[in-house]
Design a protein around this ligand. Structure first.
Ligand code: EPU
Length: 324
């Protein structure tokens, strides 16, 4: 189902919305592969998101929300629907305000890069987000997938999220979301537009020292300066996907222009001319090698837009897919 001219006309009339037809998506992802979206729309304020969702409701066309594209692979055939993206106007930061007990809270737009937020908070002597320094996603994407590192998950800091939906703007308490490993249980059809985080004041120099230490660990254990979407697979309970993949001898393995990083076996990198088929084919090889060697069926951590992973069931006729 492609996007009708009538829907595009109605979307184009939403104040604060810009759109592009047949937009290449690879430049909006960190791995840099994949095809075009039928339509890409961007928003400079939250009400525009809600208005667009109201227009998309009741249409057969699928839609998906794109953050920094750092945990995403786009199918070579692209996405036959509408890709939504918040623009930099929604990357503001308000606060700090006094919070409960000795804590403080900040409110930040969902498009704010997580790593930039971590740096700004450190400079202000606010602790809680140190683990996110060097993580390439946006705040909204990080909340949607409950991003985490070094034993901390973003969900543990979230007091509330502001969400746009077909009926307008609403708020959900952090305690009312169903946080899971790389998921937050947000109702389908809603888009996070801002997040309220609880933080704790601490010594600025101590926070910055923690940043340096964590960035040092990341530099030692993860590839740098490469096109990648980070971890390809989730860690199975009580196991490490990276260690299982390494044990199966996968470091450095190539398929077309895609390679398993020689530094970290759970990172797939684009050597320059990879296609989505190369990346997905390599992920299949990785998954099969681990299953053969240790019996684990790895689950993808990266999200696929515009298709299914090669080991999944094909899309059934009439089924909507790719809707975030
Ligand atoms: N390991 C190997 N070989 C490898 C890679 C890792 O033996 O090739 C071993 C390491 O030595 C370590 C263990 O596996 O003992 C775990 O590795 P690491 O510490 O690198 O952490 P991870 O579980 O692979 C997770 C997140 C990362 C996050 C790091 C740091 C997942 C799937 N990955 O990685 O997140 O940066 O912890 O906290 O949860 C991402 O989500 O994209 C991501 C990179």
């Amino acid at each position: 189902m492609s996007v009708s001219a009538s829907l595009i006309t109605r979307l184009a009339a939403v104040p604060g919305l810009r759109y592009w037809r047949h937009a290449p998506l690879a430049p909006f992802t960190t791995i840099g592969v994949g095809g075009r979206a039928d339509v890409l729309v961007t928003f400079d304020h939250r009400e525009a998101v809600a208005e667009a969702l109201a227009l998309l409701e009741g249409e057969e066309v699928p839609w998906v929300i794109l953050g920094a594209g750092s945990n995403l692979v786009v199918a070579d055939r692209g996405f036959p629907g509408v890709v939504l993206k918040l623009d930099s106007a929604l990357s503001y930061l308000e606060g700090p305000h006094q919070g409960p007990r000795n804590g403080v809270r900040v409110v930040a737009g969902a498009a704010l890069p997580l790593a930039r937020l971590a740096t700004v908070l450190a400079e202000q002597g606010l602790s809680g987000l140190e683990w996110a320094c060097g993580i390439p996603g946006t705040l909204g994407g990080g909340v949607a997938m409950n991003a985490g590192a070094h034993g901390v998950e973003l969900g543990s800091l979230v007091e509330a999220v502001e969400v746009a939906g077909k009926d307008g703007i609403g708020y959900v308490g952090g305690g009312d979301l169903a946080w899971g490993y790389r998921s937050c249980g947000l109702p389908r059809g809603s888009v996070i537009t801002a997040v309220q985080l609880a933080l704790v004041p601490d010594d600025r120099a101590a926070i910055l020292a923690r940043h340096r230490r964590l960035l040092g660990t990341r530099r030692r254990t993860q590839p740098r300066g490469v096109r990648s979407f980070g971890s390809a697979f989730k860690n199975p309970a009580d196991h490490s996907a990276g260690r299982l993949l390494d044990g199966a001898g996968l470091k450095g393995m190539r398929r077309g222009g895609a390679q398993v990083s020689p530094v970290h076996a759970n990172f797939v990198t684009n050597l320059g001319d990879a296609t989505s088929a190369d990346v997905l084919g390599l992920m299949s090889m990785m998954r099969e090698a681990v299953e053969r060697r240790s019996g684990f069926e790895l689950e993808p951590e990266v999200r696929l837009v515009g298709g299914r992973f090669p080991w999944e069931e094909p899309v059934r006729p009439g089924e909507r897919h790719g809707v975030a």
